[in-house]
Write a new protein. Structure first.
Length: 269
């Protein structure tokens, strides 16, 4: 029997990268999936965006595991569209037990090159999008008698990584959402935790042309903040998915309001 057998998980940003990995890892352990992704480009983002074909591939891979999946093209910033996707998915799959607020964007820029558009887009996706996810799924978890929410923050949600001022602000905000909802939802047996990765081998985590390079040449004293304590440069999506699975499972039934780092020691510098 799988570690999340019979459960239903809602995952944002599920078309590829960490989101797809989370969907597959939970499906491997018995969960059915409700998946959403923007599948479109956001201005200023420095890496290629996921596509509808990517989301279709997530569907194919989950179904190959003999699990059910309901997938739709949805912008996490669009509250009405999110509510419809969540409610429709729950209506088809019967209930909701696990929420993974994974969708997010990252723009690398020095503080004096971070425009209002960059800041607004990052906050809208990475903070409002997480708030939409948590607040709209919470009633379904209450109805189910409890559940687990995992909100993807970052090492940048614990320390001030350089050249990421909008991202750092947003990922600290995700921790605030986690702490407030963990407090208020505890009486319903709903656990809320954050996941804090270091770099992950995804299009976001391995951007083309390495935008950090020229910035670190100008500000070499900041380079050490990006280094991991363990002798690796980047983690794999499944490393993060294993943590999501743990937090979603009954193995973590008494873990809530916690920042779980899967960061190779990055935040210990």
């Amino acid at each position: 029997m799988g570690r999340v057998e019979g459960k239903v998980a809602f995952i944002t940003g599920a078309a590829r990268g960490q989101g797809r990995s989370h969907a597959l890892r939970l499906a491997q352990e018995g969960a059915d999936i409700i998946a959403v992704d923007l599948c479109d480009h956001i201005p200023n983002v420095q890496y290629p965006s996921a596509t509808e074909a990517d989301l279709a591939e997530t569907v194919r891979q989950v179904e190959a595991l003999d699990r059910r999946i309901i997938a739709s093209k949805v912008d996490v910033r669009d509250r009405a569209a999110m509510k419809k996707a969540i409610d429709d998915g729950v209506a088809q799959l019967g209930h909701l037990d696990i929420v993974v607020a994974n969708a997010g964007i990252c723009v690398i820029a020095a503080w004096d090159e971070t425009t209002e558009d960059i800041f607004d887009q990052t906050i809208a996706t990475n903070v409002k999008g997480v708030w939409n996810t948590v607040s709209l799924t919470a009633p379904h978890l209450v109805a189910a008698g409890g559940g687990s929410m995992v909100l993807t923050s970052s090492a940048a949600g614990i320390k001030g990584l350089p050249f990421l001022s909008a991202y750092v602000t947003a990922k600290h905000g995700v921790v605030g959402i986690m702490r407030s909802y963990a407090t208020e939802l505890a009486e319903y047996n709903i656990r809320v935790n954050t996941l804090h990765p270091t770099g992950v081998d995804t299009p976001m985590g391995d951007m083309p042309d390495n935008p950090f390079g020229p910035l670190l040449e100008k500000h070499p004293s900041l380079g050490g903040m990006l280094a991991n304590l363990l002798p690796i440069q980047i983690t794999q999506p499944v490393d993060q998915s294993n943590a999501v699975l743990f937090l979603a499972s009954d193995e973590a039934r008494y873990i809530t309001s916690t920042e779980l780092t899967v960061d190779a020691g990055n935040t210990r510098y």
